[in-house]
Design a protein. Structure first.
Length: 135
């Protein structure tokens, strides 16, 4: 990952997805216009076409299984501690190169790249549609 010299920071936004209350976890969702979020913990799955190229991602609930798709998110910390050693930089670099080359050429293009497809899973869509804020 690279940042520019004139803006040497990587921005990020934390979005709350659930709250533990009385020992029970309940999903939460932001409903503000232009800032609405999907409820609960999620997983991102990546699909490959028959040619081995990536052909789209699916945003799903963490407990959902998406057939013929690879889960992308893996826990690396728990209670402030690493769950395992970090991979060597050479291994991370090699994985990145393979993943980048598996993207369609149009998506990798610097100028006017093609959009990369993202779908919402049926389970996440159902949870979103059924969500009722706590009063």
């Amino acid at each position: 990952m690279i940042v520019s010299r004139d803006a040497p920071a990587l921005g990020g936004v934390y979005k709350l997805v659930s709250i533990e209350q009385d020992g029970k976890r309940r999903p939460v969702r932001k409903l503000s216009q232009d800032k609405a979020t999907y409820p609960d913990e999620k997983q991102v799955y990546r699909r490959r076409g028959e040619d081995g190229q990536f052909c789209g991602d699916i945003l799903a609930l963490a407990g959902e299984t998406i057939p013929e798709a690879e889960p992308l998110l893996e826990p690396v910390l728990s209670a402030g501690r690493r769950l395992g050693p970090a991979p060597p930089l050479s291994e991370a670099r090699e994985r990145f190169q393979k993943q980048r080359l598996a993207l369609p050429a149009g998506v990798r293009r610097i100028h006017s790249p093609d959009p990369y497809p993202l779908e919402i899973s049926p389970g996440l869509q159902a949870a979103t549609n059924a969500f009722r804020p706590v009063q």
